[in-house]
Design a protein around this ligand. Structure first.
Ligand code: NAD
Ligand code: TYD
Length: 352
């Protein structure tokens, strides 16, 4: 079996569903169930003996030791993290605890477990750390896209904590020989995306008749990847990645935020037109920019293509249509995740 951490969050849950859709190898899913973790994401696995869920913290060393001894996973895939840049600006402490200290504890537990494995299992064991392109910092419009050799220059508390965790993973390989792999991926979108992030926030607010908040001039550029393509890349790296290497994962789809929002609005106009006949784009509202807002991210994913023959299956046009349709088809999921804590966040962050 494999141990997945953070498997009740957006990408982790998609990964667990994708994994069990592609193989019968069981998954032990360890998730703290913070505001971002939601067992509704895994509802279709109820009663499926291949999925074993444990609520717990990657920083809890005693729990990690117990789970590793009991379940003897052949790999660990680490998604667990605090993941929202805006929250990291309001309160960085949780980011340091989970992303830095938590990853450290998980690495230590993995190292002790791995060191004691018999030779064949020891050789086959993998620790895959899921990270972000944000560790590379920001690009100007004419800069080439990030490669794996880029300097690490994180600018937000979130990206700094992820960069710190990437460094720990690297060091545990170089110092202790732990068989690690790291993936640095661009912005994901797709089903089960928590509506604090741009694309689901825009869909949910549009349908609720609320403003669609665009930070600053809306010309910040991100590369967007459909979440199931990220999952297939992780599976590929886990299968065949070279130990100690990092692999950039991207969608070859750089777009300014305002274009993304206009595209989502146009899809909603087509699939669920507003009752008053007005376009959803009329709800676009420019708001104060995020402090330290990175201007542009772009991913050069050619290493993954060259070494492991991976390319995304979706284009942005196909992926965003599926995504918007998924949100239209799942109003009960949206209602469930918009808990009191979610409403408090929106009220605090978008006040004024
Ligand atoms: P998410 O916030 O939706 O989910 C994170 C999950 O981790 C939640 O289920 C949460 O309950 C769990 N968690 C948090 N702290 C924990 C802890 N201490 N112990 C155990 N579980 C804990 O995040 P996501 O968007 O699914 O991102 C998953 C990973 O992928 C993160 O490491 C993130 O940095 C990385 N990543 C995300 C993106 C993106 O666009 N969302 C892009 C590249 C990389
Ligand atoms: P986000 O989804 O938070 O991802 P990240 O900051 O990790 O890239 O934001 C994506 C982009 O959208 C980012 O440039 C910030 C911008 N944004 C807005 O303009 N308005 C919003 O309300 C949010 C949440 C994000």
């Amino acid at each position: 079996m494999i141990l997945v951490t953070g498997g009740a969050g957006f990408i982790g849950a998609n990964f667990v569903l994708d994994w069990l859709g592609n193989s019968d190898e069981p998954v032990l899913n360890l998730d703290k169930l913070t505001y971002a973790g939601n067992l509704h994401n895994l509802q279709s696995l109820q009663g499926d003996a291949r999925h074993h869920f444990v609520q717990g913290d990657i920083g809890d060393r005693a729990l990690l030791d117990k789970l590793l001894a009991e379940h003897q996973p052949r790999a660990i895939v680490n998604f667990a993290a605090e993941s929202h840049v805006d929250r990291s600006i309001h309160g960085p402490e949780d980011f340091i605890q989970t992303n830095v200290v938590g990853t450290f504890r998980l690495l230590e537990a993995a190292r002790h477990y791995w060191s004691a494995l018999p030779a064949i299992e020891k050789q086959a064991f993998r620790f895959l750390h899921v990270s972000t392109d944000e560790v590379y910092g920001t690009l100007s419009p004419s800069d080439p896209a990030f490669t794996e050799d880029n300097k690490i220059e994180p600018n937000s508390p979130y990206s700094a904590s992820k960069a710190a965790s990437d460094h720990l993973v690297r060091a545990w390989h170089h110092t202790y020989g732990l068989p690690v792999l790291t993936t640095n991926c661009s912005n994901n979108y797709g089903p089960l995306h928590f509506p604090e992030k741009l694309i689901p926030l825009v869909i949910v607010n549009a349908l609720a008749g609320k403003p669609l908040p665009i930070y600053g001039d809306g010309m910040q550029v991100r590369d967007w990847l459909y979440v199931r393509d990220h999952c297939s890349a992780i599976r590929r790296v886990l299968d065949a990645g070279r130990l100690g290497e990092t692999y950039n994962v991207g969608g070859w789809n750089e777009m300014p935020n305002i274009e993304i929002v206009k595209l989502v609005c146009a899809l909603l106009d087509e699939l669920r037109p507003r009752g008053d006949g007005q376009p959803y784009a009329a709800q676009i509202t420019y708001v104060t920019d995020r402090p330290g807002h990175d201007r542009r991210y772009a991913i050069d994913a050619r290493k993954l293509e060259r070494e492991l023959a991976w390319r995304p299956a979706e284009t942005f046009a196909t992926g965003i249509r599926k995504t918007v349709q998924w949100y239209l088809d799942h109003p009960e999921w949206v209602a469930t995740v918009q808990s009191g804590a979610y409403r408090e966040w929106v009220a605090k962050h978008y006040a004024g």
